[in-house]
Design a protein around this ligand. Structure first.
Ligand code: NAP
Length: 293
């Protein structure tokens, strides 16, 4: 399939590479041009303008946040202005429900198609085509992009025929992950200050009632104090909690734990944590407890 890919960050670079490897004809665009080079070496074509990546049947975007999507999607030379009528935009970025709805309307007005397909999985999973993809949109639109989603992920979950529902599901998932990170941080601070080895404790947890990947991955980072390099940067974590709270506010769903998590991320960033992985909120409880390590 002739496909454009916009946004070659930690996630997008691996996802675009897997489309090339699957035999698709991929044209890539990134704001910082140098990130196109490894993709071109693999066989992709570099686009100098967003419009050049919008000449195919489908364009996929994987951008940081709502602001980045606004920059790339709207205005002269943006995705909406550049896609042909009937062509499909697949938005994989973790963006707000309201932004996703706005994008769906803009594409509909332009006679184009739109699917939201945010993902679970860190950059390693993106590179290995092991993402879990939450997809939502019209049946025909999903059918059109399914071969592309299959090339980037290990499983696609169709959540709704309303694209914004996929964004809501993704935000709910990141809220749960952040809640696990905070809880693990508190539990480890407790046992470590009581003299228990963090790694022995994590081994016990993950071998008994807490065997899920999220406990293994983030428990390991917290036990090792390893939050650099950031696979998912702390400012993006704050963004997702903020978006989950905004969705809760719109739907009149109080989320007291999410409100607490927002403050945890603010504490981390206020102390210079912008460059750290979001799992670094898992160290705050130890600091609050006055622990040295
Ligand atoms: P990233 O490495 O920071 O990449 C962000 C991408 O967005 C880059 O291509 C960047 O371009 C582009 N961008 C940022 N601001 C822009 C703007 N104003 N105009 C145009 N382009 C802009 O982020 P990532 O980790 O790949 O995450 C991408 C998305 O996936 C986010 O929505 C994130 O929440 C979500 N996600 C991430 C993970 C993870 O573990 N990392 C997992 C699941 C979902 P430049 O290269 O020029 O900066």
């Amino acid at each position: 399939m002739k496909v454009g890919f916009i946004g070659l960050g930690q996630m997008g670079s691996g996802m675009a590479a897997n489309l090339v490897r699957a035999g698709h004809s991929v044209t890539v665009f990134n704001r910082s041009r140098e990130k196109t080079k490894p993709l071109v070496d693999l066989g992709a074509t570099a686009a100098a303008e967003i419009a050049e990546a919008c000449g195919g049947e489908v364009v996929i975007s994987m951008l940081a946040d709502d602001h980045a999507v606004e920059n790339v999607a709207y205005g002269e030379g943006g995705i909406v202005a550049s896609l042909a009528a009937g062509a499909l935009h697949v938005s994989c970025s973790t963006i707000g429900v309201a932004q996703s709805r706005h994008l769906a309307r803009a594409h509909a007005v332009a006679g184009q198609r739109y699917v939201a397909a945010p993902v679970f999985g860190r950059p390693e999973a993106a590179a290995a085509a092991k993402l879990f993809i939450m997809a939502a949109g019209g049946r025909d639109d999903l059918d059109t992009c399914m071969p592309l989603l299959d090339a980037m992920g290990q499983r696609v979950f169709v959540m709704s025929d309303q694209p914004e529902a996929a964004n809501l599901v993704k935000l709910s998932g990141n809220f749960l992950i952040a809640a696990v990170i905070e809880s693990l941080g508190e539990a480890m601070a407790l046992v470590a200050k009581g003299g228990v080895d963090r790694h022995a404790y994590l081994e016990m947890l993950t071998s008994t009632l807490f065997g899920a990947p999220v406990y293994r991955t983030y428990g390991g980072f917290i036990a090792d104090h390893k939050h650099e390099p950031a696979g998912f940067a702390a400012p993006l974590g704050l963004k997702d909690i903020r978006l989950a709270l905004a969705a809760g506010e719109e739907l009149r769903v109080p989320m007291p734990v999410a409100s607490l998590l927002r403050d945890r991320f603010l504490t981390l960033l206020a102390h210079g944590g912008d460059h750290l992985d979001w799992s670094a909120i898992g160290q705050l409880a130890g600091k609050d407890a006055g622990s040295k390590s």
